[in-house]
Design a binder for this molecule. Structure first.
Ligand code: 16G
Length: 244
C-alpha cells in the first residue's frame, strides 16, 4: 500500500490534508464509485494520525457528497453528481440521454381528479375542472434520481395513457399531442426528504433533497403542467450562467 504522508508542520490542518489526498485518489480513479475506501483503522495507520482526525476528514467528504456511509458495511465512494444547467427547458429523458445514461420511469400513480386551489390557479382552471395527477420515480441507469408529481389539464391531453408516462411526457406533448412547449417558471428550494419520499428514493432519513416546482406553458401562453420534482441532493447539482 502507498504510504501517505501528512506534513505536521504545515499551516494546513492535518484533517484537510487527508481530505485532499483522499479526494485526489478518488478523482484519479484509484477508488471507483461504489467501492469501499480503507477503514478508519487502516487510514489511521497509513497516515500516522489519530482516529479522530481521520473521522473528521471522512465526515467532511461524506457531507460534501463524495463518500457515503453504510451502516455496518463501511464508507464508499459516491458516483459523480449529475450537473444540470438551469438555462434550457429540457425533459428528464433528454437530460439523461445527453449524458449517456439510460432513463426509465416507475409510474406510481395516474389518476383523474379535481385540482386543489393552488394547482387550479397555476393551471388557470376552475376547481371543478379535471386534471391528471401523475406520480413517477425517475431513474438513470436504474438509480432513483427524483420523484416527480405532475398535474396536467385533462382537456389538453384527453388521450393521455399509462404507456406515455412510462416514456417521455414531453415527446408526447410535442409529438402525438402536437403542441408547442415555450417555457416555464421554476422555483427551487432545499429541504429534507419526507419519510415517504426517502423510501421511494431508497435513502435513509435525514436526507437532503432539492425541490423544484415548474409551471410550464405552451406557445399560446396556456399553462400545460405543474410539476413538483424532488431530486436527491447527493446525485444532482444545478448550474446557471449569469451575467452582469
Ligand atoms: C423534467 C421537468 C418536468 C417535466 C419532465 C418531462 C424539471 C425540474 N422538470 O423533469 O417539468 O415534466 O422533465 O420529462 O426539469 P419526460 O419528457 O422525460 O417525461
Amino acid at each position: 500500500m502507498v504510504i501517505e504522508v501528512v506534513d505536521k508542520q504545515s499551516p494546513i490542518p492535518i484533517y484537510a490534508q487527508i481530505e485532499e489526498q483522499l479526494k485526489s485518489r478518488i478523482s484519479e480513479g484509484e477508488f471507483l464509485p461504489g467501492t469501499a475506501i480503507p477503514s478508519e483503522r487502516e487510514l489511521t495507520e497509513t497516515f500516522g494520525v489519530s482516529r479522530m482526525t481521520v473521522r473528521q476528514s471522512v465526515t467532511n467528504l461524506v457531507n460534501e457528497g463524495l463518500l457515503y456511509r453504510e451502516k455496518g458495511r463501511g464508507t464508499f465512494v459516491a458516483a459523480a453528481k449529475v450537473e444540470q444547467p438551469l438555462s434550457g427547458m429540457t425533459s428528464f429523458t433528454e437530460d439523461m440521454l445527453s449524458r449517456g445514461m439510460e432513463p426509465s420511469n416507475e409510474l406510481l400513480k395516474f389518476e383523474k381528479r379535481k385540482p386543489d386551489k393552488v394547482i387550479a390557479e397555476e393551471l388557470q382552471l376552475e376547481e371543478s375542472d379535471e386534471i391528471f395527477f401523475v406520480e413517477r420515480i425517475r431513474y438513470a441507469d436504474k438509480i432513483p434520481m427524483a420523484i416527480e408529481r405532475t398535474y396536467l389539464p385533462v382537456t389538453l391531453f384527453p388521450e393521455l395513457g399509462r404507456e406515455v408516462l412510462i416514456g417521455s411526457l414531453y415527446s408526447y406533448v410535442e409529438g402525438s399531442a402536437q403542441l408547442k412547449i415555450s417555457g416555464a417558471v421554476q422555483r427551487m428550494e432545499a429541504a429534507l426528504a419526507k419519510r415517504e419520499d426517502a423510501e421511494l428514493l431508497h435513502v435513509e432519513t435525514p436526507f437532503a433533497v432539492l425541490v423544484i416546482e415548474r409551471v410550464s406553458k405552451l406557445s399560446n401562453g396556456v399553462p400545460f403542467e405543474v410539476v413538483r420534482s424532488t431530486y436527491r441532493a447527493d446525485r444532482y447539482k444545478f448550474t446557471s450562467e449569469i451575467q452582469r
